[in-house]
Design a protein around this ligand. Structure first.
Ligand SMILES: C[S@@+](CC[C@H](N)C(=O)[O-])C[C@H]1O[C@@H](n2cnc3c(N)ncnc32)[C@H](O)[C@@H]1O
Length: 210
C-alpha cells in the first residue's frame, strides 16, 4: 500500500471518529478524554481567537474580578485568568473530569497562583453560586454538553447583572458549534450579544447578562 493511500485512510478514519463522537455527544456526556489533554494544551497556533492570551485580553479583566473558567480542561486559560485578576480577585475552575482538574491544579500551583478554586461538577448540575461572577468563559465546551440550554441557563444565573460570558468555538474541534446555534441558545436563556471577534469558523462571542 502506498504512503498516500495510508494517509488518506488515516484522514478518513479520523473524520469518521470525529463525526460519530459529535453526534453521540448529543445524547450523552462524552467529554474530551483526559489522555487527549495535550491536544487542548497546544493553544492552537493557527487560530488567533482560540489562543488563551487573546481570549483573556478580550475580557479586559482588572484586579479584584471574579471569573468562572467553565469546562477548564487542563487549565490552558485558568492560569492567565488567575494572573489577570490578581490576589484580590478569584477564579473558579470547573470541569466534569477530575483528571482534567488535577492537571489544571498542578499548573496553577506551579505558577504560584493561590486565587483559584477547583470544582468537580458538570455545568447544569446546579453547583454554581447565583449572581457571583463578573466574567465567565466557555471555550470549546458547549458542544460536549448534551443539554446546552440547561448549562447556559446556569451560567446566566451565576453571572452578576452586567457580567459577560465569552463563548469560544473553533472548527478544528469535533464538537464545533456554529455562530447561529450559539447565538440562538444564548438568547433563549436571556443573554444579549455584545461583541464578536473572528469569523464564522473560529470566533469569540461576548454575551451580557442584562
Ligand atoms: C475541549 S476541552 C476545552 C478545555 C478548555 N476550555 C480549553 O479551551 O483549554 C473541553 C472540556 O470541557 C469539559 N466538559 C465537558 N462537558 C462538561 C460539562 N457538562 N461540565 C463541565 N465541563 C465539561 C471536558 O471535561 C473538557 O475538559
Amino acid at each position: 500500500m502506498s504512503a498516500s493511500i495510508i494517509i488518506l485512510l488515516a484522514v478518513a478514519v479520523t473524520v469518521l471518529i470525529a463525526v460519530a463522537w459529535r453526534f453521540a455527544s448529543r445524547r450523552q456526556s462524552l467529554p474530551c478524554p483526559v489522555w487527549l489533554r495535550w491536544l487542548v494544551e497546544l493553544d492552537n497556533p493557527f487560530t488567533k481567537t482560540n489562543r488563551a492570551a487573546f481570549i483573556v485580553e478580550t475580557l479586559a479583566l482588572s484586579h479584584g474580578k471574579t471569573v468562572l473558567d467553565a469546562g477548564c480542561g487542563p487549565g490552558r486559560l485558568t492560569v492567565p485568568l488567575a494572573r489577570s485578576v490578581g490576589a484580590a480577585g478569584s477564579v473558579v475552575a470547573l470541569d466534569i473530569q477530575p483528571g482534567m482538574l488535577a492537571r489544571a491544579k498542578a499548573k496553577t500551583e506551579a505558577a504560584g497562583q493561590a486565587n483559584v478554586q477547583f470544582v468537580a461538577a458538570g455545568l447544569g448540575d446546579g453547583m454554581l453560586p447565583a449572581s457571583h461572577f463578573d466574567r465567565a468563559v466557555l471555550v470549546t465546551v458547549l458542544g460536549e454538553i448534551p443539554y446546552p440550554a440547561v448549562a447556559l441557563a446556569e451560567l446566566f444565573g451565576a453571572l452578576k447583572s452586567g457580567g459577560l460570558l465569552a463563548i469560544v468555538e473553533v472548527i478544528f474541534d469535533p464538537h464545533f458549534q456554529s455562530r447561529s446555534t450559539v447565538t440562538r441558545l444564548a438568547a433563549s436563556v436571556g443573554f444579549r450579544e455584545r461583541a464578536f471577534f473572528g469569523h464564522s469558523l473560529a470566533y469569540v462571542i461576548h454575551f451580557e447578562k442584562p
